[in-house]
Design a protein around this ligand. Structure first.
Ligand code: MSP
Length: 507
């Protein structure tokens, strides 16, 4: 019986086209989903779009269309980008779907029945783009502490959620589950926020209508974050397919950006505690991208368009760059020079060159036919042992979303292999000790094959090309990590020979 693994991305607002931030979280989730699949897990990978809220309503008004129309137009900009980026999601939630509305209202009712919802008056400083109220203290100079835009003073009747009742339970949960929020610095942020005590949360609005109506009081629509967070339940069949839901809930990992940590690590678990549902196992918050050293913003016109980047550099190259360039969790800078340097350095020179070099030598010295290694010497054993250690390191790092270190381990493997080729010099052995050539080339080939499997979650399409060049007839997305990382008998390996460069150098 395969172990279930459930991973999610945030659902994205449809008031604008996708940017690098959306591509980043979604690609990160895809890397983990693919990795877990080859490790034998039964993976459910959910993404989607967040269609309701004042922001969407305003964006639609500005274009003179209904918000539903805007959403319908925008959804394909997301789904086509996911196709371009080789995203292997299992589910896709649209919050305007009929199932979702049922789930949101059910959750609201459940929490109300618990006695955790009351009607009150809300007055405060509201940031429309961020859909968030701020306190006097936070609303310094009447600008949003998150995005810096002007705040509006709003007063409205509102339903409140008694979040203040959940500080204690949440703190206890945090203490008992150190992996509940990752990385550590984000855990500390959340813990100190909760320690400061939680205030009740306004969870309905009367100033606009584009949202899920409060059951029994349609003057109110449910706060867009309450609605949006519930997508994680909708996506796996809560209330519609309870078998599926029971299989995948609680979620293994909600991947998000650092700006929406509080919603996921404080509000969401409080709602779930109130509704009597299990809490997700972890929330991982990544950092933000700047562009050529500058904060990205529409007004500066420097938002990185992922479609353009994919067209220019390739989907896998872009995916690889995002995780090789910056430790996942920290902020990073996107630049064309940066992505080019990664392509030319890591992909063309190191990995790509290693692949062609190995295939060419197998073609030239063994007529394209691999053989099982015969006698094994000290340098061979050292190579095999070091690769084994690096594979374990990779596994350890992948388990905690440390993609940067995991990729570091892969590139240590490629460096070791390049060194081994140089010192064993198969071209010399071919003249001086031909009996050793099959052993050396087998070891090289097997090392490259292992590195290819380790790179697969990051570059699913390019590694398939490499796989083929290595004589493997199977599909790389069907590999079994356990078997493939070990010693492999070359029974099913096809003829190997010269290959065209898989990662051509960019000028
Ligand atoms: N709709 C909410 C999420 C609801 S989840 C229940 C939302 N949507 S969003 O369209 O604004 O997308 C947010 C995601 O994009 C966040 O994870 C955010 O961190 C990410 N990014 C937005 N700009 C970013 C960068 N410049 N860099 C990296 N990620 C960034 O919030």
């Amino acid at each position: 019986m395969r172990i279930p693994y459930y991973i999610t991305t945030p659902i994205y607002y449809i008031n604008d086209v996708p940017h690098i931030g959306h591509a980043y979280t979604t690609a990160a989730a895809d890397v983990m989903a693919r990795y877990r699949r080859i490790c034998g897990y039964d993976v459910f990978f959910l993404t989607g779009v967040d269609e309701y809220g004042q922001k969407a309503e305003k964006a639609a008004q500005a274009q003179g269309i209904r918000p539903q129309e805007l959403a319908d137009r925008m959804v394909p900009t997301f789904t086509s980008l996911w196709t371009m980026l080789n995203i292997s999601n299992t589910g896709f939630v649209r919050t305007t779907g009929p199932d979702h509305k049922k789930v949101v209202q059910y959750l609201f009712e459940k929490i109300r029945a618990k006695g955790d919802i009351y009607l009150g008056q809300y007055e405060g400083w509201y940031c429309i783009p961020c859909e968030t109220y701020f306190t006097e203290l936070q609303a310094k100079d009447n600008t949003c502490p998150d995005c810096g835009r002007a705040l509006e003073r709003l007063k409205e009747e509102s339903y409140f959620f008694k979040m203040s009742s959940y500080s204690g339970a949440l703190l206890r949960h945090l203490e008992e589950h150190k992996a509940f929020v990752l990385p550590d610095m984000r855990y500390n942020e959340v813990a100190s926020f909760v320690k400061g005590g939680l205030r009740d949360l306004s969870i309905s609005r009367t100033t606009f209508t584009w949202g899920v109506p409060v059951p029994g009081d349609p003057r109110h629509v449910i706060y867009v974050w309450f609605d949006a967070l519930a997508n994680y339940l909708t996506g796996i069949g809560f209330q519609t397919d309870m078998d599926l839901f029971e299989r995948f809930w609680p979620c293994d990992a909600h991947l998000i950006g650092k700006d929406i940590l509080r919603f996921h690590a404080v509000y969401w678990p409080s709602f779930l505690l109130s509704a009597g549902l299990d809490l997700p196992k972890s929330v991982f918050a990544h950092g933000w991208w700047t562009q050529e050293g500058q904060k990205m913003s529409k007004s500066l016109g420097n938002v990185v368009d992922p479609v353009g980047v994919v067209r220019e550099y390739g989907a896998d190259e872009f995916r690889f760059f995002m995780f090789r360039e910056v430790p996942f969790g920290l902020d990073g800078d996107f630049s064309r020079e940066g992505i080019k340097a990664r392509i030319n350095g890591d992909l063309a020179n190191d990995f790509g060159n290693l692949v062609s070099r190995s295939a060419n030598m197998i073609g030239k010295f063994l007529a394209g036919r691999l053989d099982s290694p015969k006698e094994t010497g000290g340098t061979d054993a050292h190579l095999v042992g070091s690769i084994e250690t690096l594979v374990s390191e990779y596994e350890k790092e992948m388990a905690i979303f440390s993609y940067y270190k995991a990729l570091g381990a892969v590139f240590e493997i490629t460096a070791l292999l390049n060194k081994y080729i140089d010192s064993e010099a198969p071209w010399k052995l071919a003249k001086e000790n031909p009996a050793r050539v099959p052993t050396v080339l087998y070891n090289v080939w097997n090392g490259v094959r292992i590195a290819t499997v380790l790179l697969y979650p990051f570059m699913p399409a390019k590694t398939q090309e490499v796989w083929k060049a290595l004589g493997m007839g199977s599909r790389i997305d069907k590999v079994t990590f356990d078997k493939e990382k070990g010693f492999y008998l070359p029974g099913e390996v096809g003829v190997i020979g010269k290959v065209a460069p898989i990662f051509p150098r960019l000028e």
